[in-house]
Design a protein around this ligand. Structure first.
Ligand code: NDP
Length: 483
């Protein structure tokens, strides 16, 4: 399973270039150099992918769960057998440490596929009995051809999280990974061929969001869209797709609060907080970027967080001692640095980090940032309201539960929240009142794939995960039989 210099689209079971023959550059962010090229696909490529998917649909949708289970399980096995090749490709494409790709991203990708392959074997629908008169039963049928679009931060992890339930429920898919991190989606194409996935069942079209992505959204016969990405892109997608009455699942940005009470287990909290602040360079929608600390432990917390943050090793993604690799692109690194500058203008004090790391040798041109901790900002300033999506956290003291709830809920976002306390009653009280789709108490990013996943407010519409995803990718039809 090897990456190639020229990535191809995967359409109708074959690896093909874009119809235009044009390519886009693909950059390795660890060295800041172009290392491969991706097809610059357009609406005509999406149309070709749609036609292949439409042809494949009748057979795939009627193939039965056993057959779909077998093929998807084979696909999961192939990814697992090629774990290191996938992890290496993911690390080169995204700048994340190889170790993270090897232990988090790629294992989760094959788990996603296996999870939904198995789930479909146990998926059932309801029946409603009208005593003495009739029985209703609900058919759950695949929608047809659906679109899946995913971002660059967890490339194969999120791509498979969408594709797997769509395929398991009998849909055919036109999918687009981020143009910034296309390589593992390309390797997935090769794995699909090896697994014997029938041609046209899954089609992967590479290219820019506003062209290839938009063409998927605009396609009149692609009836459902599962999208993960930024809130502004989600807004554009909704504006196009909603008037066409498409089914929409939008997993968007976050500005998640991490609320730390004085009665927490400090040692566990500080380890968890370092992770929720800087994992994947803070480029996870669930990272806790606004940290609220109960005043009695604020100074102790500040000292410990800054000490540990300074200790994090930023550098070569393939070094075993690296904690944070490269940022995904120059433009993203510059965006994050502009927020650090903004924080200073808004009156914040940079306690550590926020500056580019000067690397030597091969990595000289790479995009490396020191993780930043900032204090002294009001909760309603732009730094505390807008998603930065980088290794930048702000810390703020609070005195009462009421006050911290007001801060925590005081953004347009509502994806996740983390609480650290030993008081279960307080934790339950806050969990009930917090405006978020996911609340972690005394942990972060602990995921059970059966649970609903998604956000409220500007963080999205709909839920993924477990049965929610199987329901999203099926249409419910009630059949009523009179005695
Ligand atoms: P973007 O919204 O820029 O892109 C996401 C995907 O959409 C990419 O494949 C992109 O293509 C594509 N795209 C861009 N424009 C359009 C369009 N007009 N029509 C259709 N598709 C389009 O997000 P990022 O890739 O920058 O990812 C970061 C964002 O994703 C953050 O806001 C983060 O919070 C969010 N996110 C949310 C998660 C959640 O579960 N809620 C999980 C992970 C991330 P291309 O890249 O090729 O331009």
């Amino acid at each position: 399973m090897s990456p190639d210099k020229y990535i191809k689209n995967y359409i109708d079971g074959a690896l093909v270039p874009a119809i235009s023959g044009e390519y886009l550059d693909n950059v390795n962010p660890a060295i800041g150099q172009v290392y491969s090229h991706i097809p610059a696909s357009e609406a005509s490529d999406v149309q070709r992918a749609y036609e292949a998917a439409e042809r494949a649909f009748p057979e795939w949708s009627k193939a039965g769960v056993q057959k779909r289970f077998r093929i998807l399980t084979r696909l999961a096995d192939i990814i697992e057998q090629n774990l290191d090749a996938f992890a290496k490709a993911e690390s080169i494409d995204s700048g994340k440490p190889f170790r993270n790709a090897q232990t988090i991203d790629i294992p989760r990708a094959h788990q996603n596929i296996r999870f939904f392959a198995t789930a479909i074997m146990h998926f059932s629908s309801e029946s409603h009995h009208m005593e003495g008169e009739a029985i209703n039963f609900t058919l759950r049928q695949p929608i047809g051809v659906v679109g899946c679009i995913s971002p660059w931060n967890l490339p194969l992890y999120l791509f498979t999280w969408k594709i797997a339930p769509a395929l398991a429920t009998g849909n055919c898919v036109v999918a687009k990974p981020s143009e910034v991190t296309p390589m593992t989606a390309y390797l997935l194409s090769k794995a699909c061929i090896e697994a014997g996935l029938p041609p046209g069942v899954l089609n992967i079209v590479h290219g820019e969001g506003p062209k290839a992505g938009q063409a998927i959204i605009e396609h009149p016969k692609i009836k459902a869209i599962s999208f993960t990405g930024g809130t502004n892109t989600g807004r554009k997608i909704a504006a196009t797709a909603a008037p066409m009455f498409k089914k929409l699942s939008l997993e968007l940005g976050g500005k998640n609060p991490n609320i730390i009470f004085a009665d927490c287990d400090f040692d566990k909290m500080i380890v968890g907080t370092l992770k929720s602040s800087f994992s994947n360079n803070g480029q996870i929608c669930l990272c806790g970027s606004r940290i609220y600390v109960e005043r009695p432990i604020y100074d102790k917390f500040k000292e410990e967080l800054v000490k540990r943050t300074k200790f994090l090793k930023v550098g070569d993604p393939f070094s075993s001692v690296t904690d944070l690799g490269a940022m995904v692109s120059r433009s993203h690194m510059e965006k994050v640095m502009s927020y650090v500058a903004l924080a200073e203008v808004e009156g914040g004090k940079i306690l550590c980090g926020g500056e580019q790391v000067e690397m030597k040798g091969e990595h000289e041109g790479g995009y490396y940032l020191r993780p930043a901790v900032i204090e002294g900002l009001p909760h309603d300033c732009r730094t505390n309201q807008e998603e930065i999506f980088g290794p930048v956290v702000t810390i703020m003291p609070f005195d009462t539960e009421e006050e911290v709830l007001k801060y925590a809920n005081g953004t347009d976002y509502g994806l996740s929240a983390t609480l650290w306390t030993k008081d279960i009653t307080k934790a339950n009280r806050i969990a009930e009142s917090i405006q978020a789709g996911i609340v972690w108490v005394n942990c972060w990013l602990l995921r059970d794939l059966r649970t609903p996943f998604g956000g409220v407010k500007s963080s999205g519409v709909g839920r993924e995960g477990g049965l929610e995803a199987l329901r999203f990718f099926t249409e419910a039809k009630n059949v009523c039989f009179k005695y």
